[in-house]
Design a protein around this ligand. Structure first.
Ligand code: SF4
Length: 357
């Protein structure tokens, strides 16, 4: 389903349902794998040296298949895809070649695009000003908490000029729920002042200008460029860094070096959606402490398979947000997300979903 990846989140189709449903149903892969599962297996086997050489993952993957319970007859394609392919993998001897790495990385992204065709930035925003402020506020907290806080902030201060001229104590009170509210008040008011004084009240659309703004680093700059200006950018947040290291796309830990290394594996035009796919996967399935390997559709391509829970039933219980049947992070998610069964996040003080990540 190649076109989906290229489609913007807003345009994503009901195919999203297909992607959501499997994970919710994610149960053990069956020995009686369906044609879909067989189809799913084939690409991994064909996936050149990457798959064949992925012995650690493959060897670890097999037990997951063997553990399959009777419930597996109902296994969804995604769940089957997650476990079935490992059995035919062969032991590896050589390190993965550069070509194989590029192929495997791109295959992972293509699979993620099928799993999350509705992937999107998880901060609510209506214009570049709101996005840059929300991104700065998202440090040390969840996007959900920022989304629950910004409606009142932007209702009171809709423009950079309004925010720059605000009483700091009023701003502190409004953004208190995001934590570090005094420091963040200083940051966002300083940013608003710079926007109104140096850029005529407009958010600049070039990385070299964005990083001159107080509190804006490359990560924030690329979030803004990619999502408010449609310019390609890789967003290396905590999820992105963790996952690409698990996948052995790079061993770098410095975000700028990770950005460069991963950027070399993909065409520029893929960068923004790649970032969303990876971050979506990190938040929903490949968690920091307990990755849900047994419910992970890209397990056959992952050298870190087995780092987390491999039992499909137990892994299923670790899934978050729409994959686990919980609300998402955005109060106003794109329609494609809702069409796929995603639920909007509750407002501040509403019934909480999962607030991690
Ligand atoms: S959950 Fe993460 S570590 Fe586990 S198989 Fe999936 S991508 Fe790999």
């Amino acid at each position: 389903m190649p076109p989906k990846k290229r489609v913007s989140a807003e345009k994503a189709t009901p195919a999203a349902k297909k992607a959501t449903a499997p994970a919710e149903k994610a149960s053990p892969a069956s020995k009686k794998a369906s044609p879909a599962a067989e189809k799913a297996t084939a690409p991994a086997e064909k996936a050149s040296p990457a798959s064949k050489k992925a012995t650690p993952a493959s060897k670890k993957a097999s037990p997951a298949s063997k553990k399959a319970s009777p419930a597996s007859k109902k296994a969804s394609p995604a769940a089957e895809k997650a476990t079935a392919p490992a059995k035919k993998a062969t032991p590896a001897a050589k390190p993965e070649s550069r070509t194989a790495l590029v192929r495997r990385a791109r295959k992972i992204d293509r699979e993620l695009a099928e799993i999350y065709p509705y992937a999107h930035p998880e901060l609510d925003f209506e214009n570049p000003f709101q996005l840059v402020i929300a991104t700065v506020m998202s440090a040390q907290t969840t996007d959900l908490r920022v989304n629950q806080t910004t409606p009142a902030l932007f209702a009171k201060y809709p423009t950079p000029e309004d925010l720059a001229a605000a009483n700091p104590e009023d701003v502190e009170e409004l953004i208190r729920p995001t934590g570090f509210f005094r420091a963040k008040t200083k940051s966002i008011m300083g940013l608003a002042k710079a926007l109104s004084e140096d850029f005529g009240g407009e958010v600049p659309g070039r990385v070299e200008d964005l990083v001159k703004l107080p509190g804006v680093g490359r990560k924030t700059a690329f979030v803004v460029l990619g999502n408010a200006f449609g310019r390609p950018g890789i967003t290396v947040d905590t999820h992105f860094g963790r996952l690409v290291r698990r996948w052995k796309w790079t061993e770098e830990t410095d975000p700028d070096k990770v950005e460069k290394a991963v950027g070399e594996l993909f065409p520029k035009s893929d960068w923004t959606m790649l970032s969303h796919h990876v971050i979506f996967h990190g938040r929903r399935i490949c968690h920091s402490r307990k990755p849900a390997c047994g419910a992970c559709p890209i397990a056959p391509l992952c050298p870190a398979y087995g780092e987390g829970e491999t039992d499909p039933e137990k892994a299923k219980k670790l899934l978050k947000y729409e994959k686990g049947g919980f609300p998402g992070q955005r109060l106003k998610p794109p329609q494609s997300y809702l069409d796929a069964g995603g639920k909007p996040a509750p407002p501040l003080g509403g019934t909480p979903g999962d607030t991690t990540g």
